[in-house]
Write a protein that binds this ligand. Sequence first.
Ligand code: DQA
Length: 160
Amino acid sequence: MDAPHGRGIATGRAMGLICIFNGPNLNLLGTREPEIYGRDTLDDVETLCAEKCRELGHAMRFMQSNSEGDLVTWIQEARGKADAIVINPAAYTHTSIAIRDALSAFEGPFIEVHISNVHARESFRHHSYVSGIASAVIAGCGIAGYGYAIDTVARLLGHD
Ligand code: DQA
């Protein structure tokens, strides 16, 4: 199995660390249902996020896993280290109490991102276990939503 996606910490003026976590199947971005998710790859998302974090002076950790347990562990590890989390939990959005509980235990703000407009899709995508405790939810903006989430984090942290 491939190692979790991510190049680790990107340096910047490092006013705060933003962890960006991506859930299952997002490693297939670019080839997976491009009519829904577009042609940009996860590397393109990481580049977009790195540029935005650099612009705003944040350090970034960018990760993807197909495993719910990895995501729970990474959210736990962000406690006391990261200033904010941006997360696209992908399908676990609609199923995972464990990810919600981990995010509840994180002391900083987190933003939920979806590339597609989940509310315009199948009804099982309309419910999110994490929206009710998120600082903001961004859906349907394509991969640009990650940039908007980082802007929102910077505003919430007073670093914009
Ligand atoms: C998604 C939407 C989810 O419903 C889906 O399971 C995904 C991606 C999005 O980014 O639009 O895998 O989170």
